[in-house]
Design a protein around this ligand. Structure first.
Ligand code: KG4
Ligand code: ZN
Length: 341
């Protein structure tokens, strides 16, 4: 059995987890500790990097201790220390990386410097034992990409956003409508009671031949509608949320359809359509992607909600995948605020 500790500090979640793989390759999440800083950032309407870094410093050592304790293991029993070395906010990344390097040095265990996006991309293998290759929609607050996942470290980008990430668009829509931070869950909740057809919002990039996204125009259209009918009653906000979410769903499905067509040229036939990243928590997007996958005769896989957002288990798992291939790092591993897949 191989056991790895995973540490995540790239944004506003401090997380530590222990994941094991038995000799048959069966993974087990033995602990998964997440401390969200949402409350600390909410008053500012978004993540404040300085506050995030400081908050990671304050809790990470205790969180690691708790993750080890809950897993019933100790540093000495680990086979590696995995950490998200980027992309993300540099202050937070440094906190996680320096902590992981120290543990690696003290316990004499291999360091696994993981790409945060790769960890999101590989989560479906942890939860569903998926085989390569698969088509991935990776959508979070900072990223939106459609990727052919061919293997560990082997990714072909089929499309991405040319302006805002999907999560960012949800966050901005929520801020505009006074729904607070983070926006995705708030907009989704309001949209449940809204009429998606009351406002005619645009579907940017629909019908384009490349699988790229553009979301800033949708956000602007939403603002114009909101200003036109201000002051907003609760019903207005619900209808605006429903209209916005429906537009995003249409865009996502159209873009994913284009990516599915392009997939075979670079990777053959996919084993599944996979959604990952915080936005994969959105029920409307999940349902629409599941329907698209069904149409294409593919399985649809999305991690359970707790593993959609940032967490330590996905970092530990990516570390295990890399360890299995001998892809270990040493203490010179850099913090990489920008790091594409
Ligand atoms: O992956 P994640 O936890 O952190 C990043 O790496 O960014 O994703 C957070 C993003 C936020 O923008 C948040 O608003 C969005 O995911 N999100 C959602 C939902 N839950 C979280 N977006 C739409 N619907 C949701 N239910
Ligand atoms: Zn993330």
């Amino acid at each position: 059995m191989k056991t790895v500790l995973g540490i995540e500090t790239t944004c506003d979640e401090t997380a530590a987890a222990v994941v094991s793989v038995d000799p048959d390759g069966m993974p087990q999440i033995r602990s998964n500790e997440v401390l969200s800083q949402i409350a600390e950032h909410a008053v500012y309407g978004g993540v404040v990097p300085e506050i995030a870094a400081r908050a990671h410093v304050e809790v990470l050592d205790r969180l690691v201790a708790r993750a080890l304790e809950r897993a019933g293991t100790s540093l000495a029993d680990l086979d590696g220390i995995a950490v998200a070395a980027g992309p993300g906010l540099i202050g937070g990344v440094l906190v996680g990386l320096v902590t992981a390097k120290t543990l690696s040095l003290v316990a004499n265990k291999p360091l696994l410097a993981v790409n945060h996006l790769e960890a999101h991309a590989l989560t479906a293998r942890l939860t569903d034992g998926l085989d390569f290759p698969y088509l991935l929609l990776l959508a979070s607050g900072g990223h939106t990409q459609l990727v052919a996942v061919r293997g560990v470290g082997d990714y072909v980008r089929l499309g991405g956003t040319i302006d805002d990430a999907i999560g960012e668009a949800f966050d901005k829509a929520a801020k505009l409508l006074g729904l607070g931070y983070p926006g995705g869950p708030a907009v989704e909740r309001m949209a449940e009671d809204g009429d998606p057809e009351r406002f005619a919002l645009p579907r940017p990039m629909l019908g384009r031949r490349t699988a790229d996204f553009s979301l800033s125009g949708l956000k602007t259209a939403l603002r114009i509608e909101a200003e036109r009918i201000a002051p907003l009653a609760e019903r207005d906000v619900a209808d605006l949320c429903a209209g916005f979410q429906a537009a995003v769903v249409d865009v996502v499905i159209d873009r994913a359809r284009v990516a599915l067509r392009g997939f075979s040229d670079v990777a053959g036939r996919p084993t599944a359509l996979v959604a990952a990243g915080g936005v994969a928590a959105n029920g409307a997007i999940r349902r629409a992607l599941a329907a698209l996958a069904g149409e294409a005769g593919l399985a649809f896989v999305a991690p359970p909600l707790a593993l959609c957002g940032d967490n330590g288990a996905m970092i530990a798992w990516a570390g295990l995948e890399r360890l299995r291939l001998g892809l270990v790092d040493d203490l010179t591993a850099p913090a990489r605020p920008r790091w594409s897949l």
